[in-house]
Design a protein around this ligand. Structure first.
Ligand SMILES: *Cc1c(COP(=O)(O)O)cnc(C)c1O
Length: 412
């Protein structure tokens, strides 16, 4: 009999969202009348349709595919030059950041890239992950065999958890011990916290002192409204020598169903071989992409390009304004209900402290049963998330207003 990958058996079997689904189903079966009142503020998925500039580009590209003269087969695995150029120019060089077109790798999603990046990193790295955090960072390391078993609270041996708490404003500080690979997500899913320039400078300095690599997830970069908050890790001097950045069109352009993202791997980023020699990672990622990936569809890349047109940029700003407007409504509602709230100003998530010593799951049940609203229990993102819950602002304004109203009515 063939062997399976035992590491998969260590996974806390996709606990969070299936468990939410199970509890919501049990509730709607027991309360069929309440089912129509149910408002979902759980999953981090966009709700608004694609911007008109994207739809126009999609139609044009589809027609090109239908004619022999303009049909496209396989494209470059790294992405079409015109898209890599538009990204490097608009997202980086326009802001004074030194990123070359061929340091951009276009992909079908940041989730995949966050997992795939482990392909080019060694198996002996000490991994540091914020807690609470986007579960993909931890689970992909478990699958790659970088951890031991999980304990009762779901923490894996072999991973350094960086506590994100009320005290540090949910932005982790560099640890006192050595780690090789550090995941940072700013603005953060689930807490909505965004790292300041001094906080990111401390991380880049740490990475230089320890020869570490920072994996910087900027999926929510477009939601930053506070001036002075870095949009890219490359705004920090020295980051080109220690950081990879992940960006996605999912949350700014509403591409969660269309699928397009990018990874920046600077040519000046190095890591060491088993023999201690320093080598660039850029050729390894290029090799990884050309071997294991066959590129994003032409049609999708044209759609992504349209986000950089004048209308596209305006329409993206409207989308962000809509979701951040929802977040403001939710923050105001939760505050009026006497709850302690974070986030919502630089991210489409609000992070709420459970009152009256409720656990995250007890608060989930209470809000589901009494307010008929689905939130996400903070403990599902890591043990430090216990005592908190996340409310997603990805919704219609009407729903956000109704959720705010119901939160105020809740009796804890
Ligand atoms: C939504 C999200 C992404 C984007 O993932 P895609 O695969 O590009 O849709 C990346 N990181 C975080 C933390 C997210 O919440």
């Amino acid at each position: 009999m063939a062997y399976l990958n035992d590491n998969y058996l260590k996974l806390k079997a996709g606990y969070l969202f299936p468990e939410i689904g199970r509890r919501v189903r049990a509730f709607t079966e027991a309360n069929p009348d309440a089912a129509s009142r149910l408002i979902r503020c759980g999953i981090g998925d966009v709700t608004e349709p694609l911007p008109p500039a994207v739809i126009k580009a999609l139609h044009l590209a589809v027609d090109e595919m239908g004619s022999r003269e303009t049909f496209k087969g396989y494209g470059p695995e790294q992405g079409y030059d015109w898209l890599r150029h538009a990204i490097a120019k608009n997202d980086f060089r326009r802001h004074g950041l030194d990123v070359a077109d061929d340091e951009i790798f276009v992909s079908d999603g940041s989730k995949c890239d966050c997992g795939a990046i482990l392909d080019i990193l060694g198996g002996k790295n000490e991994i540091a992950v914020p807690d609470p955090v986007y579960p993909v960072y931890v689970d992909t390391n478990v699958m790659a065999g970088h951890t031991g078993e999980a304990n009762e609270s779901g923490a894996y041996s072999g991973i350094h958890y960086l506590p994100c708490t009320l005290e540090n404003g949910f932005v982790p500080e560099p640890p006192s011990q050595h780690v090789d690979v550090i995941y940072l997500c700013s603005p953060n899913n689930p807490t909505g916290a965004a790292a300041t320039r001094p906080q990111l400078e401390a991380w880049v300095q740490y990475a230089h002192e320890h020869g570490s690599i920072i994996l910087f997830d900027a999926a929510y970069e477009a939601y930053i409204t506070e001036p002075g908050i870095p949009h890219s890790i490359y705004e920090i001097d020295g980051a080109r020598e220690c950081a990879i950045e992940f960006r996605s069109f999912s949350k700014n352009g509403g591409f969660t169903g269309l699928r397009c993202a990018l990874t920046v791997v600077p040519k000046s980023l190095t890591a060491r071989t088993a023999l201690g020699e320093s080598k660039a990672l850029h050729p390894l990622w290029n090799r990884r992409m050309t071997t294991k990936f066959n590129g994003v569809s032409y049609v999708t890349q044209r759609a992504a390009e349209a986000l950089y047109s004048t209308e596209g940029q305006e329409q993206v700003r409207d989308l962000i304004r809509h979701y951040l407007g929802n977040a403001a409504v939710l923050v105001a509602g939760a505050k009026a209900a006497g709850l302690t709230v974070f986030g919502g100003t630089n991210a489409p998530y609000i992070w709420v402290s459970t009152p009256a010593n409720y656990t995250s799951w007890a608060a989930f049940d209470k809000i589901l049963n009494d307010a008929n609203v689905v939130i996400t229990p903070g403990s599902g993102f890591g043990s430090q998330g216990e005592g908190w819950f996340r409310v997603s602002a990805f919704n219609s304004r009407t729903n956000a207003e109704e959720v705010a109203r119901r939160l105020k009515l809740l009796q804890w």
